[in-house]
Design a binder for this molecule. Structure first.
Ligand SMILES: C[S@@+](CC[C@H](N)C(=O)[O-])C[C@H]1O[C@@H](n2cnc3c(N)ncnc32)[C@H](O)[C@@H]1O
Length: 287
């Protein structure tokens, strides 16, 4: 609604600006006619002619500025329409009961709309019964609605931050999705993986989860450790069903690309595909 007003407003401005050109041309023509008239009927009207030429110059400048501003407004309007479309496309398959918090542009903490669309399509088409999400937030809502839409299944969302675990749980309850999503707080703790030290969600948070059909990797944040997401597969691989799909967000971040490379070297059963989303993503298939 708000967005459509922005677009309509911009279009209205563009339409009104179209009046500037004929008005400017009419003023310039009138001034030129007046100047010529002065040379015919008034003796040496230098000052009046100079003023007239200044007015014509001003009108020409106004016309040029109008063209530049119009280009800017049209460009902005096109970008707004693209953003609205990108935001609405994933929501065509789910029917949120309340407005979703905004999905953001690359660089922000939420998934981008194109990744939301990938998750929704994956869930609605493959109907996974057990989904595990690493890093809760708006994506937990998207997954919950997609599970509801696809007829069942449950998502366990591991969250390292107690405050965000509470905030995401409240968000899920407000949207009436508690039957589909459970947020589990798992503090970050130390592990030894393949002889190397690492850290990940504490074992008690995920030890009872098994038979995973879809794993969405969007946490822990890179601020926790340089390869914060790497432990996901060494620790969960045996709990992934065959077939299972793993979606990894932030596929353009160097640390995450290295993580996927390591996973593919260590788990020969994985087939890996890069998806050109706004922030880049990977889809890995087991079985
Ligand atoms: C990459 S984000 C994951 C976000 C989530 N998968 C999503 O797309 O909405 C990683 C962390 O951001 C934090 N987070 C959750 N909600 C947040 C909020 N409203 N503002 C800022 N950070 C948030 C959580 O600690 C989460 O684990």
């Amino acid at each position: 609604m708000g967005a459509s007003l922005v677009v309509e407003g911009s279009v209205a401005v563009i339409m009104n600006r179209k009046l500037i050109k004929p008005i400017s041309v009419a003023i310039a023509v009138m001034v030129v006619v007046a100047c010529v008239g002065q040379w015919i009927w008034v003796d040496r009207p230098i000052l009046l002619t100079a003023i007239g030429l200044a007015v014509v110059g001003q009108q020409v400048t106004l016309l040029l500025l109008n063209r530049v501003v119009r280009g800017d407004i049209e460009g902005h309007t096109a970008r707004i329409v693209n953003v609205i479309d990108a935001y609405q496309r994933p929501l065509r398959r789910i029917r949120p009961r309340l407005p979703l918090p905004p999905l953001r542009v690359p660089g922000d903490w939420t998934i981008t709309p194109d990744v939301a669309e990938i998750l929704i399509d994956e869930i609605c088409d493959s109907k996974p019964q057990c989904v595990v999400e690493l890093g809760s937030g708006v994506s937990s809502l998207i997954i919950g609605y997609a599970l509801e839409q696809s007829g069942g299944g449950h998502c366990y969302s591991l969250e390292h931050d107690a405050a965000y675990a509470r905030a995401s749980s409240e968000l899920i309850a407000r949207h009436g999705l508690a039957d589909y999503v459970t947020v589990i707080h798992g503090a970050i703790s130390d592990y030894e993986i393949n002889g190397r030290p690492g850290c990940w969600y504490e074992r008690i948070a995920w030890d009872s989860i098994d038979d995973i059909d879809l794993l969405f990797v969007d946490g822990p944040p890179a601020s926790i450790a340089s390869a914060a997401r790497y432990p996901a597969l060494p620790l969960l691989f045996d709990r992934l069903n065959s077939p299972c799909v793993v979606i990894m967000d932030d596929g353009e971040r160097e640390s995450d690309v290295l993580t996927v490379v390591r996973w593919c070297q260590e788990f020969a059963a994985l087939a890996c595909e890069y998806i050109a989303t706004q922030k880049g993503a990977f889809r890995l298939r087991k079985g």
